[in-house]
Ligand binder design. Sequence first.
Ligand code: BG6
Length: 448
Amino acid sequence: MSAITIFGATGDLMHQKLMPALANLHKVGKLPEKAHIFCVGRRDWNTDEFIAHLRKHVAEAALVAEVENIITYVKVDLDNRDDYHALDRKISTVSNADDRIFYLALPPKLFPEVARELAQANLVKKGDDNQRVVFEKPFGEDFESAKEINRLLWRYFDESQIYRIDHYLGKEMIQNIITLRFANRVFESDWHKDSIEKITIYAKEKSGIKDRGGYYDATGALRDMVQSHLLQMLALTTMEAPESFSAKAIRKEKVSLLKKVSVDSEHVIMGQYRGYHDEKKVADDSKTETLVKMDCIIDDSRWRGVPITILTGKNMDEKRSEIIIDFKAPSQAASLWPQAKMQSNCLIIKIAPEEGMRFTMNIKESGLSDEITTKTMDYNHGSDVFGNKPEAYEKLFLEIIDKNPLMFTRWDEIETAWRLIDSIRDHDTGKRVIYEPGCTLQQCLKGV
Ligand code: BG6
């Protein structure tokens, strides 16, 4: 028997991601047998009222129907220990589960308090790997706050019981970066400064901050996206080969890479979309960045001198995340075809909205012509899957259920990422490029 308890069950993340992921897993029989989902919130509701709330807020109502029989709503005031004891009794009566997952879809400042209460009420026993606690991102607000949160968590749980979420790690093509690099000789042997001209990693979003003004205005793009998702993409793209395909070995290489990254702080560009101040719960004079573009430097023998650009922004022309690897010109081409205007190879790892990869290569035109032309090989990852493609959160839930930490971030990854972000924020001059909603990157940066 398994009990999956979601704190913050009336929030946006539950409606958009967690609930659909659990329902889809249930539909395909991937939740543990007789799993029960306990949904924790502050509102004084019974389970029927909570289900009605879900039906209203989850886009696909059929998904709610899929799991409504295995859901129990529990009201918990986060600072009331009696409520945690009552939750424990509920879990014991309904599911009598030893296998317990607690998912904290809560702001990071609440992590220590809830962790303490989970431990004090004996809902989670330190050292028992059957009892896991999952923490949504962002893990802290800066290095100091993250360190303090982590210190307290280690007091109550072993590291093996802690799962720090970065949902990008559950995305198909991000899981594929290591495979692409090390299962293909052609990329493995050319993945370095002698063959690669530049790397661009970006995550553009079409939507603005929606109704998350309270959270976003205190956070900004650097902490919301770069500290987690983009630095993880960078680490996987540029780290050395791990000793084995294990969580331990991969995390070790990610950390050692992240420790080598520095940022050209004079050239960090931060922007804010026009109209941001009119969003709900945003301060009138807010300088919070909704766009960041920065150049990273990795000073090691593999990458020295290769420009690496990271970019993310809200309210841009489209929702698109990609990793672009631009290769150098081939060494013999200029002497063989002095007249030809040839493009260099380019590999694009497509993360969203399409998943797959695109590779451009040069080829002689077909027929009597000797001209050289550039052709694209386009692989669409989703086309191999029959039926619905699993979403990142489905994969992440499965990994938590299977007790596999590979797709979660270890403390030293978070620590190293925060140190880098703090150093960028320390150099922030407060200058913001104001861009029009819906603009392309080139338009956003016009005049910079
Ligand atoms: C979240 C950020 O972590 O990732 C959001 O808090 C952002 O601001 C989201 O919109 C993007 O995720 P995805 O999967 O839609 O690219």
